[in-house]
Design a protein around this ligand. Structure first.
Ligand SMILES: C[S@@+](CC[C@H](N)C(=O)[O-])C[C@H]1O[C@@H](n2cnc3c(N)ncnc32)[C@H](O)[C@@H]1O
Length: 230
């Protein structure tokens, strides 16, 4: 009988997570991340907080702090993630106004006074029932003019598009050094754990919780980044 399959574990990937996610998501390192950093200059307000929800190693939050620190030194940067094994990365990144917390984003009570929130491929790991309530709490905690930058793997809007995009993505991963077994094992381990929306569903949910203005800022295969302004 075949071995039972386990869920995808961030713990196993924590030591080399930055290179894992960089190789897994086309355009992540040279497209999405620099876009988030560049946009931060427009949204980070003096005396507020920047929150990275599901921050993994803290690399993006640290880059956003570097970008804004000289101009707005009184901003606090807080990264939360439910996986404690990212702690070793946080230790070397910690600074006076840069802190990290092991915490389930659904139970976190520090969303207040944020001018910028980030949710980069995090919501897709929540149960469908938990997604809108988390988006609402993030929205409620943002100051006027604050923004959420959210990136998600999405489902295509129809089955023909899903079919057209699935294998080119596997080909991309093969070129980045993943083996066919790696690709299949990851798909298996993510089954039932990754709960994807279409881009339209993501937009509707953001509108429903209150975000009035949305703009797609980055896209690669079915990976989408959206800027949502309060
Ligand atoms: C695909 S990773 C992306 C991480 C990070 N945003 C990045 O770009 O490197 C998703 C992250 O969400 C975290 N996560 C998943 N569910 C969470 C929850 N309920 N609360 C906090 N973090 C969560 C995982 O531990 C993981 O670090």
């Amino acid at each position: 009988m075949a071995e039972p399959h386990t869920d995808f574990s961030f713990k196993d990937h924590a030591p080399k997570f930055d290179s894992h996610i960089g190789a897994s998501i086309p355009g992540y390192k040279d497209g999405l991340l620099p876009t988030c950093v560049a946009l931060s200059r427009r949204f980070v307000q003096p005396g507020t907080r920047v929150l990275d929800v599901g921050c993994s190693t803290g690399h993006l939050l640290a880059a956003i702090r570097r970008e804004n620190q000289a101009a707005r030194p009184d901003v606090s940067y807080v990264g939360i993630d439910c996986e404690p094994n990212f702690g070793r990365h946080w230790t070397r990144r910690r600074a006076k106004n840069l802190a990290f917390e092991v915490c389930d984003a659904r139970a976190y009570d520090g969303y207040n006074n944020a001018s910028l929130a980030l949710g980069i491929f995090t919501l897709q790991f929540l149960r469908p029932i938990d997604k809108r309530p988390l988006l609402r709490r993030i929205y409620d905690g943002l100051v006027e003019g604050g923004a959420l930058i959210i990136a998600e793997k999405t489902l295509a809007e129809n089955s023909r598009m899903q079919d057209a995009l699935t294998f080119p993505y596997y080909d991309y991963k093969l070129k980045r050094g993943f083996t066919p077994d790696n690709i299949l094992d990851k798909e298996r381990s993510l089954r039932g754990q990754m709960t994807l929306w279409t881009e339209t569903e993501l937009g509707s949910a953001l509108n429903q919780v209150g975000f009035g203005q949305l703009q797609t800022i980055w896209k690669n295969f079915l990976f989408v980044g959206v800027l949502a302004i309060k």
